[in-house]
Design a protein around this ligand. Structure first.
Ligand code: XMP
Length: 522
């Protein structure tokens, strides 16, 4: 629960990635949603005072021995429930209906025909789009078992050729279920169905607004830290920047931000942080220029993991030195997001993962963590950043690895080689932005390999480095595809990098997906 003025809908997670998507769809409708594990007790769930409950899909069959179930008291609590896919089958089997393996599995698109009227589909348009149609909507399915008989009190409100009960409800008890996935974009009117459940069945109010998100965050930070001093390591990335801006809104001068310039940042990052935080927000900012120190420890190291370790350890040392100077600092801001919290499965999971988040801060530092973004999804963090007045360059910045440009330089990291890569990378960033592709591409950057090749420029022979362009599309960095950049953009990149960056005589394009490649080169 975020506060008395914000209505909550709970999503019960049955173990598939769909729960997070459902929660995001609910929040898109401006209703706050929280994900809970399926073994939640009715008591625990009701403590969240939900206006409604959504049961997610899951990978199991209701017949398997390890099929997750739900505390049946939840159906009797007088709170509307919507079961989706596995959630629908579970509701049917727990309340006295029948679920069977009919041998007619459905994966992908299916044609849905409406049956008994349901408030969830009341505003669907007549099926004019499907010419001569004898069905109402294309929906997305993913199931092997089917509901073959509705429980007592229920009516079937939709079917497909292979699922006799594709939707059912008992309006009296406010129990609803759909076999298809309204949360995926391929399901026509899916968002509308979710909204009808939220607003017409649960009577939830659209109270998850930017103003309420900020107010809830500000109140939580104030009550956690009181009058103590708070430290925040700014990385230049969106999560730490939004976290810092929100904490600053809450406690103003009690916050000290630390930006460690490792010498391995992208072009303009330090200036951007200075401009935004020191000048625009007037945050107390310590800008540590530690490039020489980092180049010193990186000297002679070529192994990727050793680079990471050396950079991580140096970062900690530098940060600790600064932290010691800030009197009475007891709290440390972390940009942990909701998916991290959900995926680690426990309420206090964020503390377990925290040291991964800010360029490797030490686990044993005597700080209590402040995590103002731990209830938010990435798209909400970006919207919040815009609302708090952060510049577009920061809010829409692509992910950047903690060890910075060092893991994009194969072989030894020297000041000269970083300068070459940073200049080439700045051209990639600028051209991608000018082509309007910044938000569609997950990451796009330059890589500097450890080889040189022969070329000819003017009258002379050159022997210089190539630059590899790496651009990928992705949803979550776990898998990625190489981005199909337009030829004219590639041509401009090639011309500009060779003409403007000394020490480069060739440009290559990386066309490897992940797997088998990784996004970074190291
Ligand atoms: P890979 O290269 O493994 O990267 O496909 C997946 C995502 O993680 C980022 N990445 C890192 N982030 N420290 C970080 O904070 C690291 O050492 C690191 N290595 C890779 C990478 O940019 C991509 O978004």
């Amino acid at each position: 629960m975020v506060g008395p003025d914000v209505d909550t809908v709970v999503v019960v997670d049955f173990g598939a990635q769909y729960a997070q998507l459902i929660a995001r769809r609910v929040r898109q409708a401006r209703v706050y949603s929280e994900i809970v594990p399926h073994d939640v007790s009715a008591e625990g769930l009701l403590a969240l005072r939900p206006k409604g409950i959504i049961l997610s899909g899951g990978p199991e069959s209701v017949y398997s021995d390890w099929a997750p179930t739900l505390d049946k008291a939840i159906y009797e609590a007088g709170i509307p429930v919507l079961g989706i896919c596995y959630g629908a089958q579970l509701m049917a089997s727990q309340l006295g209906g029948r679920v069977a393996r009919t041998g007619r599995a459905e994966y992908g698109r299916a044609q849905l025909t409406l049956g008994a009227p349901s408030p969830l589909t009341a505003d669907w348009p007549a099926p004019t789009r499907h010419l001569g149609a004898d069905y109402d909507a294309d929906v997305w399915m993913s199931h092997a078992d089917s509901i073959t008989e509705v429980p007592p009190g229920f009516v079937a409100s939709a079917s497909t050729p292979d699922a006799p009960v594709a939707a059912m409800h008992d309006a009296e008890r406010s129990l609803y279920a759909v076999q298809f996935h309204p949360e995926v974009v391929h399901t026509e009117h899916g968002q509308s169905l979710i909204e009808r459940f939220l607003f017409d069945v649960c009577m939830a109010r659209p109270t998850w607004t930017h103003t309420n998100i900020i107010e809830a965050g500000v109140a939580a930070v104030r009550s956690q830290v009181g009058s103590a001093r708070v430290l925040c390591a700014l990385s230049g990335g969106v999560d730490s920047a939004v976290a810092a801006a929100l904490v600053h809104r809450a406690i103003g001068d009690q916050l000290t931000c630390v930006f460690v310039d490792t010498g391995l940042m992208r072009a303009g990052e330090g200036d951007q942080v200075e401009e935004t935080f020191r000048r625009q927000f007037q945050v107390d900012l310590v800008h540590v220029k530690a490039a020489d120190r980092f180049f010193g420890v990186l000297s002679g190291i070529t192994d990727p993991e050793e680079k990471r370790k050396a950079i991580g350890a140096t970062f900690i040392r530098v940060f600790e030195e600064v932290a010691r100077e800030v009197e009475d600092a007891r709290y440390l801001v972390q940009g942990t997001l909701y998916p991290d919290v959900v995926e680690s499965g426990t309420k206090d999971a964020a503390t377990i993962k925290s040291h991964h988040n800010v360029g490797g801060l030490p686990e044993d530092m005597a700080f209590e963590l402040v995590e103002p973004l731990r209830l938010l999804f990435k798209d909400e963090v970006r919207a919040l950043g815009e609302e708090l007045g952060l510049p577009e360059e920061i809010v829409w910045r692509q992910p950047f690895p903690g060890p910075g440009l060092a893991v994009r330089i194969v072989g030894e990291v020297t000041e000269e080689r970083v300068a070459i890569l940073r200049a080439a990378d700045a051209i990639v960033m600028e051209e991608i932005r000018m082509a309007g592709l910044q938000r569609d591409i997950w990451q796009s950057f330059a890589v500097l390999p450890a080889v040189r090749s022969v070329g000819v420029m003017g009258d002379g022979r050159t022997y210089a480095y190539p630059i590899v362009i790496r651009a990928v599309t992705s949803e979550d960095a776990m898998t990625a595809d190489w981005a199909r950049l337009p030829y004219d953009l590639l041509e401009r990149l090639s011309n500009r990098i060779i003409n403007e960056v000394d020490g480069v005589n060739r440009v290559a394009l990386d066309i490897t997906s992940k797997p088998p490649g990784t996004i970074e080169w190291e």
